[in-house]
Design a protein. Structure first.
Length: 293
């Protein structure tokens, strides 16, 4: 019966593991929905910010030419990763994407400023030859995104004052259809002149034209900083949704493996039980024959 007991223990362990995997899949699915809803909710505030920029350009169209050239200046990169396990190649894909961006954007002989979100991402970036200057912890929930963004902005404000972020990029994973995700990069600075031109060309939505308040360049810098904070919030939410999509995919694969193992163990258990019953019957028959003699 020792073989039967061993198989029974393995079967129970596999069933317990199956329950854990199912629970993790459920949690990942719920979190994906939460983060995607956060991204969707931010679209309205994006329209509000764009309307503010449009109003400023309506009364100060000369600001269209105030943005510096897109290929000049120091490079800074914010890279979002994950410190949680069971997310597949989440960090690896992000590192390859970030490294390619830096090789493409940073001139030979210059050193970029890199801020990494996540301890594991930092280690992988260092291994790729781009040791981060700053490391911050990723948010653990939707509610923690605001604090993470505030921490990143403290470092970026310092870099901007020091002239280390004249060209600022944001690299993160974003969700695709289904449970997929893909690396993405967004240029924050300098402000895209084509984007400003598109906003300026939009018809003003009301009959009342906006009125200039204060210095236009100061207002534009303030709006750009708001866009930076807004972009960081969106990127964090998208990255967290992608992380949970990666975890969901990993759990799907784990679930298939566990199910295959369970099928194998159930077959072994039935065979072991049949063997045990057969052995007991043979023992009974042998005892009966011995008594009959």
């Amino acid at each position: 019966m020792s073989g039967l007991a061993t198989t029974r223990r393995r079967l129970r362990s596999a069933e317990t593991l199956q329950g854990v995997v199912t629970t993790m899949k459920t949690l990942a699915s719920v979190r994906i929905v939460q983060y995607r809803r956060s991204v969707a909710a931010l679209r309205e505030s994006t329209r509000t910010l764009e309307l503010a920029v449009q109003a400023l350009l309506t009364v100060r169209p000369e600001l269209l030419t105030a943005a510096p050239g897109r290929d000049a200046g120091t490079v800074a990169l914010v890279v979002l990763g994950s410190d949680r396990g069971l997310a597949g190649p989440f960090n690896e894909r992000m590192v390859r994407h970030a490294a390619g961006l830096l090789r493409d954007r940073v001139p030979a002989g210059e050193a970029p400023s890199v801020l990494a979100v996540g301890r594991r991402l930092t280690a992988r970036l260092r291994g790729a030859g781009f040791a981060p200057d700053v490391q911050v912890s990723p948010p653990s929930s939707v509610e923690a995104i605001e604090d993470a963004v505030a921490e990143v902005l403290v470092h970026l404000d310092s870099w901007l004052l020091e002239g280390r972020a004249q060209r600022l990029y944001l690299a993160y994973n974003r969700p695709t259809r289904g449970a997929g995700y893909e690396p993405s990069a967004l240029r924050i600075l300098p402000v895209d002149e084509r984007w400003l031109a598109r906003l300026h060309a939009r018809p003003w939505p009301t009959d009342r034209l906006p009125v200039a308040l204060g210095d236009g360049e100061t207002l534009l810098r303030g709006l750009v900083r708001n866009f930076l904070a807004h972009a960081l919030v969106q990127a964090f939410a998208a990255s967290q949704a992608s992380e949970n999509a990666a975890r969901l995919a990993a759990m799907d694969a784990a679930e298939r493996n566990v199910e295959e193992r369970l099928d194998q163990l159930r077959t072994e258990y039935r065979q072991a039980r049949q063997n045990a019953v057969t052995a007991e019957l043979m023992d009974v028959q042998a005892a009966y024959l011995a008594v009959d003699r």
